[in-house]
Design a binder for this molecule. Structure first.
Ligand code: HEC
Ligand code: HEC
Length: 288
């Protein structure tokens, strides 16, 4: 296959050259060709020399280009250039240029870093590239994607918790309860959850729901409903809801379960950059 591509490319270059060359010599220099269109006649003149030579130069340039860069079938080119090698070269240059800045920030305590406006400018760019698609441009999240500017932290709010969240990612495991509780049980426990959140509820349903809650839900969400960060189980008593606060939404989460996934960044961002990101997350909350 490669042979055909090489032959095709070289042959068409040769054909270009031949065509040019044949047109250099004309049969009746200085005379008209005899064609006439509405009284306009055509002279039989060769290409001007400068024109001819600039075409020849482009052909020579093309040959040089094909020798140096990978353009002829599988031939890798004498320059050993590839998109990957170019990317690696640029990444290395960037690493040389910015690496020392990142490692200086990486060595600063996180709380201090969150106060450093230059570092936080860098953090904002990193955030825009890596996080904003899910958590929103200003960190306020959306349905299923937690708000990073509020007071609720499913996975913990200490510096270590946040660094761990970004480095290793998180995987929420709220199983579906519809088979265990049956539709009626789901309605009852949703009623109880809503009462914990301070909503107006049907007391009779809620008190039945309380029994289910104590049997099935306390392990993760706690006896008081305050949640537990080692499971990523959210606080059910405040007005912050990842999946919505209406009765139907709450019933749906309980019935079908949810498995929110925060991706791990350890293979994508260096430790220093994760450190800057964590400081940026803290600054988001402070600034909101
Ligand atoms: C194994 C631990 C575990 C158990 C047991 C568990 N949950 Fe959850 N629950 C979670 C996790 C983790 C989440 C967050 C899911 C996510 O982020 O995708 C969650 C989310 C929720 C939410 C959504 C909260 C929001 O902010 O939108 C509700 C409501 C809820 N659970 C109610 C219950 C009820 C009621 C029970 C008992 C029938 C229960 N959970 C049992 C771990 C658990
Ligand atoms: C593909 C979407 C996605 C991207 C990209 C993403 N996240 Fe997340 N993130 C999530 C989801 C979903 C959760 C909640 C997981 C769960 O349901 O428990 C989460 C949770 C978090 C939490 C924990 C919130 C809490 O309440 O404890 C933090 C902190 C966080 N993300 C920061 C970041 C940062 C910083 C970045 C960029 C480096 C980022 N995320 C990129 C989807 C994403």
């Amino acid at each position: 296959m490669s042979v055909f591509v090489v032959a095709g490319t070289l042959l068409s270059l040769a054909a270009c050259f031949l065509l040019l060359h044949l047109n250099r010599h004309v049969r009746k220099p200085g005379q008209t060709t005899g064609h006439s269109y509405d009284g306009i006649e055509e002279y039989d003149n060769p290409l001007p020399a400068w024109w001819y030579w600039s075409f020849v130069l482009t052909i020579i340039y093309a040959l040089g280009y094909l020798a140096y860069y990978p353009g002829l079938g599988n031939f890798k080119g004498l320059g050993n250039w590839s998109q990957v090698s170019q990317l690696e070269k640029e990444q290395k240059l960037a690493e040389e240029k910015y690496g020392s800045i990142f490692s200086a920030y990486g060595a600063m305590p996180l709380d201090e870093l969150a106060e450093n406006s230059k570092a936080m400018k860098m953090g904002r760019r990193l955030y825009a590239n890596n996080c904003s698609a899910c958590h929103g441009a200003t960190g306020t999240g959306s349905f299923g994607f937690p708000n990073l500017t509020d007071e609720e932290w499913m996975w913990g709010e200490t510096n270590e918790d946040i660094v761990t969240t970004i480095t290793h990612g998180r995987n929420a495991a709220m199983i579906a309860w519809k088979d265990i509780l049956q539709p009626q049980g789901v309605v009852e426990v949703a009623e109880y959850v809503s009462r914990m959140a301070g909503q107006e509820v049907d007391e009779e349903l809620a008190s039945k729901g309380k029994a289910h809650y104590q049997t099935y839900c306390v392990v993760c969400h706690g006896a008081n409903g305050k949640g537990q960060k080692s499971f990523g189980a959210p606080d059910l008593t405040n007005e912050v809801w990842l999946y919505g606060d209406s009765r139907l939404r709450i019933q749906d989460v309980i019935s079908n379960g949810r498995n929110g996934v925060m991706p791990a960044f350890k293979n994508k961002l260096s430790g220093d950059k994760i450190h800057i990101m964590a400081a940026y997350v803290k600054s988001l909350r402070r600034d909101s």
